[in-house]
Design a protein around this ligand. Structure first.
Ligand code: UDP
Length: 319
């Protein structure tokens, strides 16, 4: 297939490039580098099946030739208010990538008859009142809340995707991505794994926000990519959660990172700078992914963190 992948230089986008190229597909990667990094795709230079276009997907995009599939993965995604690449500091770009970017991609999909996959997010569930979150749960999002620029952009993107499917018959799919980690994460984006693993490798105490009782479920990137590729090959139109259902508190997560990395720095509790909108619990219900795609994660936390450490050591100059 000839595949347009937006956000190709991002954490997930670059792993998708590798996987899809390995499967023999041709990739047109698009990115404007506001959060992605050229380093993530530098190894693809010279690959004749990989073409790169530096462009903001929120502006009009033209891709010559046939396009069999479009994966729309371009968006800021970090909720850290301190991170310059997080959506707090890129609020308009975040809304435009979700709204105008999705519209532009759907326009190409309609013209070309492409399979279109929207990278959506567990954030569309907001601070969930039910647990675990199944795709039928409509979410608990404040449209003017601090995270709204991301949450509502992705919610709008899902609605627009379904409108193109129902009204124009476009072959669309929606993946709701839960917390994911692995090599090529931005060490400075302020999310839990980059912050804590970086601190652990530097021998520092791990910063746990609040009392650390908030939960997340962390998926290793190769598992996530596998689920996305299966969704692309399927003809499923309704949203599918992809994530690891093993839920843990952030304190347990930090302790696991200290144990796996051998860090003796302990834990440093900090005031939660993300305010009351930090979701308290998050765990995917992956029953649909299991049934429809035959997918479930294979890599446990210990193995995933071990596979991630060499990249972090190299970025930190410790390798
Ligand atoms: N967190 C933490 N210490 C950090 C970074 C994050 O305790 O140094 C917490 C954060 O408050 C949140 C959870 O870890 O409850 C996951 O945060 P992340 O930024 O990875 O993404 P989110 O799941 O909130 O989108």
């Amino acid at each position: 297939m000839r595949i347009l992948l937006t956000g190709a230089a991002g954490f997930l986008g670059s792993h998708l490039c590798d996987r899809l190229l390995a499967e023999g597909h041709e990739i047109i990667g698009m990115d404007n580098f506001i959060t992605g990094s050229p380093d993530n795709i530098a190894h693809l230079a010279g690959n004749e099946k990989f073409q790169f276009i530096k462009r903001d997907v929120s502006n009009y995009i033209f891709v010559p030739g046939k396009v069999d599939a479009i994966l729309h993965f371009a968006s800021p995604a970090s909720p850290n208010p301190q991170s310059k690449s997080g959506y707090f500091n890129l609020p308009i770009q975040t809304m435009k990538a979700g709204a105008l970017g999705t519209h532009n991609c759907l326009g190409i999909a309609r013209r070309e008859g492409s399979r279109f996959i929207l990278a959506s997010t567990s954030e569309i569930y907001g601070d969930p009142e039910i647990h675990p979150q199944a795709e039928t749960y409509p979410g608990n999002v404040d449209p003017v809340g601090e995270r709204a620029v991301y949450d509502e952009a992705k919610r709008f993107a899902e609605s627009l995707t379904m409108a193109y499917h129902r009204f124009h018959g476009v072959n669309t799919g929606i993946v709701r991505i839960f917390n994911t980690y692995g090599p090529r994460m931005d060490l400075e984006d302020g999310r839990a794994l980059p912050n804590l693993l970086k601190q652990a490798l530097l021998g520092q105490p791990l910063t746990v926000y609040g009392n650390g009782s908030q939960t997340r479920s962390f998926c290793y990137v190769d598992d996530l990519v596998d689920g996305i590729v299966k969704l692309m090959y399927s003809g499923e139109h309704m949203p599918v959660n992809i994530g690891n259902p093993v839920e843990m508190t952030i304190l347990e997560f930090a302790e696991a990172i200290n144990r796996i990395s051998g860090n003796k720095g302990g834990i440093a509790y900090m005031e939660n700078a993300r305010s009351a909108r930090d979701p308290q619990r998050r765990q995917p219900d992956i029953a649909r992914a299991k049934t429809i795609l035959g997918w479930e994660p294979q890599v446990g936390l210990e193995e995933g963190v071990r596979r991630t450490i060499p990249f972090f050591k190299q970025k930190l100059g410790l390798a």
